[in-house]
Ligand binder design. Sequence first.
Ligand code: NAD
Length: 473
Amino acid sequence: MAPVEIAEDYPDTLLFIGGSWRSGTARIEVIGPSTGEVIGYCAKATISDLDDAVTASISGFHIWSATSAHDRAVVLRRAADILDSRAKLIGSQISAEQGKPFHEAVGEVLYSAEVLRWNAGEAERIYGRVIPCRQSGERLMVLPTPVGPVLALTPWNFPIYQPVAKIAPALAAGCSVIVKPAEETPAGAAALIRALHDAGLPAGTINMVFGNPDEISSYLIASPGIRKVSFTGSVAIGRLIGARAGQALKKATLELGGHAPVIVCPDADPVLTAQLSAAHKFRNAGQVCVSASRFIVHHSIAEEFTTAFVEATKLQAIGPLINARRVAAIDELVDEAVKAGAKLAHGGHKRPQVGFHYPPTILCDVPPSARIMQEEPFGPVAAICTFDDLDEALTIANGLPFGLAAYAFTDSSEAAELLINGLQAGIVQVNSFGLAYPEAPFGGIKDSGFGSENGIEGVQGYLHPKYAALARP
Ligand code: NAD
């Protein structure tokens, strides 16, 4: 297991409303996953705090949407530089609250700064257009207009990246935001809010609350002041948030779970593919929505691939899972797969130690009926099954209601083309596991949700194309 940086000065997190920090009337424990002990607290918002946050976000929207694109970009770039300068401190706090190794946490902070920078540039490229007109003397225009105050609901797996993936494009577009980060990992989000505030973001433009997620989301989605909701999390909660947004007629972006297939063709290099797979699979202890989880390997190279995967996995150092609930869920999925006929090639069995650890685990010969082949594991488990021809591989890959990420490895350009076209997923990568880049759209199809984060599509999600016609009087 990788060493987790214990931040000696792990901070308590307050609410941030209307440009100032406030403590609320109650607080929520933050548990460090590497020890299972309380490491700090975050403040719990009351209904009156939520009302204040809505009022603040409305006045923040008036100021920020009237701020020039150039000036918005300046603030976002300044916040990015601040994050860079604080990366080690913030990284240690994220490592303590979320459990990922320190170097991964610092990488997350630096990447979040890049997201701010890229969206700053995008703020300056929000162009409208002029439509050639049927009538002389008339001008038809499309004016991209910020949708209004946004509610951002973010999960715990990337404590600073998940909030910035919503906040940066929303601010670039000219929207104000109320963010409710995961109560499990408040410090990463608070560090982002602090950087934006220190960079000169006007009061009310960004607000942060914590509390009971269900109460907060139902209250704020219904609030007439909120114009859009963006949620990242499980399919089940995504359905609930989508239904609430529909009921209130609010725009919604939903970035939900996946169960990413990896098709390894007979002409792929089994050893290199296995090494890349191990590095990708166990990042953030597998708690990544695009994490490869179903390895569909051609039977002719399955043995060589599995052996190399196990060897490469022995070199991976991972942190704990976020909580005891996730450890129990992974343990149950692995036990059930073994009972269904899968073989344990590596790992398995939770360890009797403090904190929420589960070892990197590889299952092979996993039958399609095993629950792990249907349910997103969201943890450090890889399930391997085999195929005979590409049609069969695509049928297995596309056989679930998810459609977030899909991967394939092949040496054939013909097979690559077929796989890019045939894989039903919002993100398809051939011969690499790549990363989420600020400039590339990220989002799923089917039950994995709708809307995109990152890319020009990310900012578009916070804009309304206002149609304006101007005729000569
Ligand atoms: P969960 O669905 O209970 O919670 C996920 C997130 O949603 C948490 O941050 C939580 O605070 C929030 N949430 C829960 N109920 C809510 C509600 N009624 N209103 C608003 N927000 C709410 O899942 P979990 O047990 O914390 O995590 C496990 C599952 O969540 C995984 O299996 C995975 O599918 C999903 N997940 C996905 C991502 C992602 O990046 N897509 C991230 C974290 C978790």
